[in-house]
Design a protein around this ligand. Sequence first.
Ligand code: SF4
Length: 572
Amino acid sequence: MQAEGYKFILTAPLTEIIDNPGFFIQMGMASMPGWLEGVFNRKYPHWKEVPLNEDGSCASAPAGLRVLEEVLTREFGAGSCVIAHPDTVDRFIGPATRAVAVSTHNPLGVTFAAGVYASMFGSSKNPINSLYTMRLFEKIQANPYRSSFRVIVGGSGSWQISETNSFERLGIDCAVDGRAESRDAVDLFRKTLNGEPLPRELKVVHPNNPLSLVIPDKRTAFGVIEMTTGCGRRCNFCLPDLNPQMSVPKDRIMRAVAGNVAAGNSQISLATEDMFIWGFNERQPFFFPNRNALLDLHRSIAEHAGVKWITLSHATIAPAVVDPKLIEELSDMLLDKSPIRMPNVSSHPEGRTLNPLIGLETGSVRMARKIMAGKSLPFEAEHWPSVVINGLEVFNRNNWIPVMTLIIGAPGEMAEDVQETLDLIFEIERRGLHVILVPSVFTPLKDTRMEDMVGVTETYQLSKLQWQLMMSCWKISASIALQSWWGPFAWSLGAFLFWAFRGRRVNGPNFTWPAMHFTRMVPSSLTYRMGGLYRGKPLKVLSREQLLDTVASKWKPYFVDAPGEKIMAATN
Ligand code: SF4
């Protein structure tokens, strides 16, 4: 502890700095309205606990803050900065403090999913995470030394500050868009030392060489270690895809694994937009996974002494159709180390599952072509529904239960598109496939190719068909998530009471019949007949062999199972 305070204080809202309750809970905090916090408090009484050092600073921190900590330490020397717990940030601020840097993923609750659910429950834009963010900014604003330091906001949610012009309201001097490794980011902190004016917004350049990425070897929340940047599939609504496509070298990942374990972390989560692009090389298109490299990396992590748990982050589904053997072999090495159990859908002896986050987004071929033509590669977008079904079959066979997001109300979405998505959802149900579906209302993200487009902005605007899609997704998800005998009953009753006392007022009349269908309080024959719900039509699904036959001939040579052994449709 420094008596005059640290030059630079790094911190984050409590909901983003925690790591003990798990990803799903953190996602819930980012989506659910503040008045539901009591539910989390009762169910997870220890969610607020953060490992601390002797001086009260954080012993575990979000990976982004760790990157900034290392960059500042390299530039300004050891002891120049500290990662402070948001509740005790005042203890580290003193007359010598020149900047307080706050990392946020979603400070105001306006990204996909977050905000939508808060809006659906009737308190728009105030998810739990957002409330904790406000509290942190209030605390910083009230600090007695506030006039002698600047407040800088970074992280993937900093654009929300600029977008909503919340600088004055939250007491923020500068919002930085981009990574801490940039020279411009370092110069910003130097300016605070020199008392120079700061720009209100700063967009910094992303490194374009994997060796210039900083991969800290200190303990991170959830053991998050960066695996890749960028993606390459070019979905129009996607922000991370705009970054250069790079893989972090294995030796640097393993150093970070060792650092986390040495600091008492037994969990590792590789952060990526698509785990299957890691280790890609110029010898083949990036959408053909480098199986040997991926297996080698994951084997090394799984066999590292002290690594008890491994969780997956983001992925795409086409690689499961391209290389089912990769999924099988990854399962063999990772499943025993997954902390997530879903015994009702897993054949693992302990009910363990792997749960990558994957974008499904739409079942409409027309919309897939329009907004995410590359998501299904090497298969054409016109086969997207078949890719989803085949991919899910491969995943489920290996106890992977993906969490899949859907976008409802994208610009240009028509009733037929929603019906096609419902057809896909019905087909998933009909085949008994397991997936956690997370529908969200389209939100244009700044700097993406869809930033100027407007879709549905409030849940009240959703059509009956869109509500049916939303509730059908949750019906499937609830069937997996609620594992006790009484869970589904309590869920149905709760949903009915919510509709009766709040939902129908907040979400409008289009919500009623889809909600009734979801609660199962009314027989489904009635909800279809009286509510006029869509019954679906049969979906033609290509088999894997048929899908492989559709692939462009220039890409067929890359379907290689092992050196010299083709697994193309013709030779499978
Ligand atoms: S596949 Fe995912 S990460 Fe890649 S561009 Fe599309 S949305 Fe972005």
